[in-house]
Design a protein around this ligand. Structure first.
Ligand SMILES: [Zn+2]
Length: 304
């Protein structure tokens, strides 16, 4: 009993990241671990119908807000700080944001005087289009995957293509959950950042770095902090582990942006539990970060 939604699709034959055969890999609910790189590939790989159902209307509700005014403002602020980092590290030239959402990072980059555009399913504005890095021209000074690489069915092939679409000295910026983290091991099948079946690959930070080097990237900053979402990974794990069908992540989302139905009592209990357990989650996150590896990893790779 994992609480996963059901989905259908084909069994993947090769690791989505390193392309090694998955035969012989450890099968866990909803994913298979690669015997070569240790990352996991979602299994079965959801078909289009399952993906449409998995994203539904709740992931990006048409009202445009997911976590309420304060949460969305915090997300915007995080994007603005990301934009200054990209501006600092990337050489001159255009920037592509893969998984651009509503375009907050594009706006933040443009405010810094950078030319930027994005890719997103169901694009909501002119400078964002539906498509993949295989569909764009390039060359780009930087290509950004801010919690988006794990949503792609072909993450390894995508990064190979990124190396072709970057200008010499161009930089790829990646933020993803880290399967090698303590929180991933502690919470296992109910780890928040597995997010099955929307996440199609579950990378280990060491495999991510190794794969970038193999594709000709020189590794710059690797950070257990910059990709964020470390505390929420612990806090959600603690709250969903309590009896009573509590779910903090869903309780924090606005009603229209929730995947599951929750009674007002369940929502309140989830939030109260979240407040009570917050200090513990903070301590666990700090310890994880101090160990150099956390629930998420941020990596910069420069094409040399
Ligand atoms: Zn692999």
């Amino acid at each position: 009993m994992t609480g996963f939604p059901d989905w259908t699709g084909e069994t993947p034959v090769n690791c989505a990241w390193c392309a090694a055969p998955l035969s012989g890999g450890v099968r866990r609910p909803g994913r298979t671990e690669c015997p070569a790189c240790g990352s996991a590939t979602t299994d079965p790989m959801p078909d289009q119908q399952s993906l449409d159902a998995a994203y539904g209307d709740w992931y990006w509700p048409s009202s445009g807000t997911r976590f309420g005014a304060i949460g969305d403002r915090l997300l915007r602020r995080a994007r603005a700080s990301m934009a200054s980092r990209i501006n600092e590290v990337a050489p001159a030239g255009p920037i592509l944001d893969v998984g651009a959402g509503e375009g907050t990072l594009i706006d933040a980059l443009e405010e810094l005087g950078r030319e930027a555009s994005g890719l997103e399913r169901l694009p909501s504005r002119e400078d964002i289009r539906d498509g993949t890095v295989f569909d764009v021209e390039g060359p780009y000074a930087a290509i950004v995957f801010w919690h988006s690489l794990e949503h792609l069915p072909d993450s390894g092939a995508t990064i190979t293509e990124v190396a072709r679409k970057l200008a010499p000295g161009g930089v790829v910026f990646i933020a993803v959950p880290d399967l090698a983290s303590r929180q991933a091991q502690r919470f296992g099948d109910r780890w928040l950042h597995l997010d099955l079946p929307r996440h199609l690959v579950h990378l280990r930070s060491d495999a991510l770095v190794a794969g970038l080097k193999e594709r000709g990237f020189e590794i710059g900053e690797v950070s257990p902090v910059r990709a964020g979402q470390v505390v929420i990974g612990w806090l959600d794990g603690f709250v969903t582990g309590l009896p009573g069908g509590l779910n903090l992540y869903q309780a924090l989302r606005r009603k229209s942006a929730r995947r599951i139905r929750m009674s007002p009592a369940q929502r309140l209990a989830s939030i109260v539990a979240g407040v009570v357990l917050f200090p513990l989650a903070l301590v666990c996150a700090a310890a994880e970060i101090r160990s150099g590896r956390s629930g998420t990893v941020y990596v910069e790779g420069r094409l040399v």
